[in-house]
Design a protein around this ligand. Structure first.
Ligand code: ADP
Ligand code: ADP
Length: 226
């Protein structure tokens, strides 16, 4: 099964700038996949389209067989997104942020509380569950974003530059957590501009530059070439 299939994806922004120029990409179910590229390459644009926040100009996108054009809701249900920027209500508690998120997916409050407890404990946030999110450290906010993305048990987790500005200790613990999640069956795609991060975590990799995929291979094959 393919977790993700992208064909000839193009995006021109309103100002005429063409950020994606015909991207083809396939990610198998169970993969841990890196989309690597320099700043401005088109990584966030690609993720924006997958998460339905950005409208594509042309091309096709399928997630676990659900087409973005014909079945965007089913596609969205399969995806958990960890954005680059903190975008939650800073006055809400960690616990409320998670149960509110569950509500968007139609999860009953009782079940949402169980799931929130599980994730808050796994991610080391349980002691802070009743604290307004603005009082959390940067690292805790990142972990809260991961917890929020996982509330509805998505089959595909997408992280946009997950460890940008994160210290080495937290980075290691996030890597460990993501590896475990992947071993339990969640397909993971992350964008990064650190080859080292991709190398540590990912089995397969695509390199994007100026809106084109310039390389697409297994991590092992890529490292063999360098
Ligand atoms: P579209 O509707 O085509 O998806 P948006 O409405 O999201 O585009 O973009 C609004 C405007 O914001 C763009 O036309 C652009 O001028 C500006 N803009 C936002 N982000 C960027 C960026 N990273 N680089 C250049 N311009 C940007
Ligand atoms: P990356 O995530 O790889 O850094 P992006 O997808 O954010 O790259 O951006 C790709 C290109 O599209 C950049 O040149 C950026 O300035 C441009 N861009 C992003 N958003 C907009 C926008 N709303 N309007 C115009 N240009 C944009």
């Amino acid at each position: 099964t393919l977790a993700l299939s992208i064909k000839q994806l193009r995006k021109s922004y309103a100002n005429g700038f063409e950020a994606l120029k015909g991207v083809d990409l396939e990610v198998a179910e169970g993969d841990f996949f890196a989309l690597l590229g320099p700043n401005g390459a088109g990584k966030s644009t690609t993720i924006g389209i997958l998460s339905t926040l950005v409208n594509k100009t042309s091309g096709s996108v399928q997630v676990f067989g659900h087409d973005l054009d014909t079945d965007p809701l089913a596609l969205k249900r399969c995806i958990g997104l960890v954005p680059q920027e903190f975008n939650f209500n800073q006055f809400e508690t960690a616990h409320n942020i998670l149960t509110t998120q569950a509500g968007y997916y139609g999860i009953k409050l009782k079940e949402a509380r169980v799931r929130a407890e599980e994730l808050l404990k796994q991610l080391g946030l349980w002691d802070k569950r009743n604290v307004a999110s603005r009082m959390l450290s940067g690292g805790m906010k990142r972990r809260l974003m991961i917890a929020r993305a996982l509330m509805h048990r998505p089959r595909l987790l997408i992280l946009d530059e997950p460890t940008a500005g994160v210290d080495i200790e937290l980075r290691r613990s996030m890597w460990e957590y993501l590896t475990e999640l992947n071993e339990q069956g969640t397909t993971i795609i992350l964008t990064t501009h650190y080859l080292e991060e991709a190398e540590q975590l990912c089995r397969n990799i695509a390199i994007i530059d100026h809106g084109y995929i310039v390389e697409n291979s297994s991590m092992r094959a890529l490292l063999g070439q360098l």
